[in-house]
Design a protein. Structure first.
Length: 151
């Protein structure tokens, strides 16, 4: 299609009507998950409702994905995601992921090991859990939560 003056004006006018948050969308997240996992789907919905575009890759080879992405076995959870050059393991909240992507620390990624009740995508009575930053410089607690509420 040839760019005419009219098409250019229409495009600029349409773009000006977009909500501001459409311009500031977060990067795409690729989620590797077991095709039978319901809580993983809940986490995907949580990310999407917080401005992330998500691509889901169902796989029966999740352990291989974790190994390829260097997820420590003791930090493993039910799904593994990639966003930009980071690994996100488990039910990490969108708010923490947004902060992490803004700060861009030197790390391999973040993990919420296991499947804590009340974390994004999980049902049940909210429990306390930690979000762990991990990478070549070791590990540290990045955030603490009870359910979806940061402590």
């Amino acid at each position: 299609m040839k760019m005419t003056r009219r098409l250019l004006i229409q495009s600029v006018a349409t773009a000006a009507l977009l909500p501001l948050d459409a311009w500031a969308a977060w990067p795409a997240v690729v989620v590797h998950k077991d095709p039978n996992c319901d809580c993983c789907g809940g986490w995907v919905q949580h990310l999407e409702s917080n401005g992330f575009r998500v691509q889901v890759l169902d796989t029966a080879e999740l352990d291989r994905v974790k190994t390829r992405l260097r997820v420590p076995s003791d930090l493993a959870a039910c799904h593994t995601a990639e966003v930009e050059n980071y690994v996100i393991e488990g039910h990490v909240s969108a708010a923490v992921l947004q902060r992490f992507l803004t700060e861009r620390p030197q790390a391999l990624g973040l993990s919420v090991s296991g499947m804590p009740s009340g974390s994004p995508g999980m049902g049940g009575e909210p429990e306390e859990y930690e979000v762990t930053l991990f990478g070549p410089n070791g590990r540290r607690v990045y955030a603490r939560f009870k359910g979806e509420q940061e402590l």
